[in-house]
Design a protein. Structure first.
Length: 63
């Protein structure tokens, strides 16, 4: 799973983009991580986002 994320990260946030400074790069990386965690539906997670899966896990654990 980590390899898949790394590939996606490179494709979406790094390749083909010229950053003017380190802050611009950090912002792009932060935006991608936020989008990935909140919006991307992952097949291995039953087509749920990582954030949704974590919330459901924590709710089930607390019950």
């Amino acid at each position: 799973m980590a390899e898949r994320f790394n590939r996606t990260f490179k494709e979406q946030a790094i390749h083909g983009i010229v950053f003017r400074n380190i802050e611009e790069m950090r912002s792009a990386v932060g935006d991608l991580i936020e989008k990935y965690n909140q919006q991307w539906l992952i097949g291995k997670l039953a087509y749920r986002s990582p954030a949704q899966t974590r919330r459901e896990y924590l709710l089930a654990k607390a019950a």
